[in-house]
Design a protein around this ligand. Structure first.
Ligand code: FAD
Length: 277
């Protein structure tokens, strides 16, 4: 269950702004944001005695077939020291780790979320998107836990639920109702107009794909953001906007910039390949 309000129940058309989707979601929240029923105990043995234990994946065979890939779990980025390379991964996988991350956010991050959420340093975000992406925690569980915390400023709570529910479900609505949602065909007319107006602007540096991947562009802040992505598998949302827009400056056209942006985001972000991207 990805959303709290199913995308097809919220609306049957494309919503162009949070402003128009928000009231539709809010109207349906009392129906959908309800407590989870208790989980019935598992009674049948698993794996069953007849089938025997499940085989473990053959990692060596998989690596031989697909070759070495940049691995965000490993903490290795270009220029990483051996200490960085052996550092603990930024995100431990699994349901228990997801719950621990949520508990940490509820204890220390939530109360200042409204003021700090756009600050790329410090505990400004929940860092839950990889867990939400892989279904290791649900948005509904997160929302219920947030609503249960006592003493949190209403503005902080509402600012977080706006991202977790409205913005996230707006992204789902966009992909559901936009054909070719990941191509320039999905650009709105105002974006097409401004891109066309600036197509002939000078582009003194056209970056290669390798330069981008290896964080070797002429822009140190961009390289730092890219190194964070390579090293941790995550980038703060505010930085992501800067990181994505810069690609336009170093690419011959918007179609190339978009395809590079999606390629880097989807291969390096733990939360990539997601409607939010
Ligand atoms: C260029 C670009 C690429 C992005 N790619 C992805 C992606 O591949 N996967 C992804 O999950 N998010 C993506 N986002 C949205 C956002 O940046 C991340 O969801 C957020 O940074 C996740 O960190 P967090 O869990 O600490 O977020 P928090 O600020 O703690 O927010 C809580 C949750 O709300 C949701 N959320 C937050 N911001 C947004 C947003 N702008 N749109 C939709 N939902 C949001 C996420 O599920 C997030 O986990 C992208 C944003 C940009 C600008």
């Amino acid at each position: 269950m990805r959303n709290i309000v199913p995308a097809r129940s919220a609306t049957d058309k494309r919503e162009y702004m949070a402003r128009t989707l928000r009231p539709k979601i809010q109207r349906l929240l009392p129906e959908f944001l309800d407590a989870f029923p208790p989980l019935p105990a598992q009674t049948s043995p698993w794996p069953s005695a007849a089938s025997g234990p499940l085989p473990l994946p053959d990692w060596d065979a998989l690596c031989a077939e697909f070759g070495p890939l940049p691995n965000p779990f490993s903490g290795i980025g270009p220029g990483a020291t051996s200490a960085e390379a052996s550092a603990a991964p930024a995100f431990l996988p699994g349901e228990t780790a997801a719950r621990a991350r949520l508990d940490a956010f509820l204890a220390t991050g939530l109360s200042t979320y409204a003021d700090d959420r756009n600050t790329p340093v410090g505990p400004a975000g929940a860092l839950l998107s990889p867990y939400l992406h892989f279904g290791q925690i649900s948005a509904q569980r997160v929302a219920l836990c947030v609503l249960a915390v006592v003493g949190v400023p209403v503005a902080a709570r509402d600012a977080f639920l706006e991202q977790l529910i409205v913005r996230r479900e707006l992204a789902e609505n966009f992909c559901l109702h936009t054909p070719d949602y990941d191509t320039p065909a999905a650009f709105p007319p105002w974006a097409e107009a401004t891109l066309a107006k600036h197509q002939a602007d000078p582009r003194p540096h056209l970056a290669s794909g390798a330069e981008l991947m290896d964080a070797r562009t002429p822009d140190p802040p961009w390289n730092a953001a890219q190194r964070q992505l390579l090293g941790t598998g995550h980038m703060h949302g505010w930085l992501r906007m800067f990181w994505a827009k810069q690609l336009l400056l170093w690419s011959a056209d918007a179609a190339t910039a978009l395809s590079r942006c999606l390629g880097l985001n989807d291969s390096l972000s733990l939360d990539g390949r997601d409607v939010n991207g």
